[in-house]
Ligand binder design. Structure first.
Ligand SMILES: [Zn+2]
Length: 294
């Protein structure tokens, strides 16, 4: 110890300018860090106040320091399956692809009696990206893994056969691949398993981060407004239930109501707008969906 330290001390004594420079650089870096911290805190404070009291809109949505692209094969999957992606402008397509890649890097895919392909991963990641594309907080941390079964699977949670489930404790989405594909094969039957289960995950995650995520505030505040609207308007509520526009499963509880609502919104936006414009408007606001086709 002594030899090295003595050498360093002597070295420093001989080079006070070097020590001074190191201290100055450290002070600049530390100062810069605190300035950055302060500026971001002020930014989020004002953005949250704006969302809460003025308009449910983010100050910005897409800002990436290093945008990354998908492979041609992955892009082909988006073109084939994701209608939403095909309608975006080239600039927004590049944002979409960047987000898909980020999600693919975050989520672990596990196949049970099925080989998980790049196509499967891309379709599933793109579903999450689509649902959150109007919001900034798209890295939904309540999903760390996606477990795929070829068909319906036996759920340990309630000892029955399931097509899909969201397990909050295990941070997992469990899906029957056959039913994920079915959701995309028929685009307007208001059934999309991946959309349904990801909505559960987004809902829970946003409830956890509501205090500091402006995206979560937009989503949850709009949902509360929608529920209040229905509670205050018996005629609208009765019309919604009697129309069977939402399948009966929606009325199981508030979580299923939200998931079925979003599934229906994603699959049949024009009918939703025509029959229930007030409810449609609230869902559009929840998702920040100002995109072609919605
Ligand atoms: Zn559900």
């Amino acid at each position: 110890m002594t030899k090295t330290l003595m050498f360093l001390c002597q070295h420093q004594e001989e080079n006070p300018e070097v020590v001074r420079l190191v201290i100055i650089i450290a002070a600049i870096l530390l100062g810069g860090f605190f300035v950055y911290l302060g500026v971001t805190r002020i930014f989020y404070f004002f953005e949250m106040a704006y969302v809460e009291y003025i308009k449910k809109s983010l100050f910005y949505n897409h800002l990436y320091f290093k945008k990354r692209s998908l492979t041609i094969a992955q892009t082909d999957v988006l073109i084939e399956y994701i209608k939403f992606y095909n309608r975006l402008s080239p600039r927004y397509k590049s944002y979409f692809e960047h987000r898909v890649l980020q999600i693919l890097n975050r989520i672990e895919f596990i196949g049970k009696d099925i080989t998980v392909t790049e196509e499967m991963k891309t379709i599933i990641a793109a579903t999450l990206v689509k649902l959150t594309f109007g919001l900034r907080d798209y890295k939904i941390k309540s999903v760390e893994r996606v477990i795929l079964y070829p068909d319906e699977f036996y759920s340990q949670t309630n000892k029955t056969l399931h097509k899909g489930e969201f397990n909050l404790g295990y941070k997992a989405l469990v899906l029957s691949w056959k039913d994920v594909l079915h959701g995309y094969a028929i685009a307007d039957d208001n059934l999309n398993l991946a959309v349904h289960e990801f909505t559960h995950a987004i809902h829970f995650y946003y409830m956890q981060v509501r205090r500091y995520s402006t995206s979560a505030a937009i989503f949850l505040n709009s949902y509360v407004e929608l529920i209040n609207k229905l509670d205050a308007d018996d005629a609208l509520k009765t019309k919604l239930i009697r129309s069977k526009f939402l399948r009966d499963y929606a009325y199981t509880n508030q979580y299923e109501f939200l998931s079925v609502l979003i599934e229906t919104f994603i699959e049949s936006p024009m009918e939703f707008k025509e029959y229930f414009p007030g409810i449609y408007g609230k869902i559009k606001s929840m998702l920040g969906f100002n995109f072609e086709g919605y």
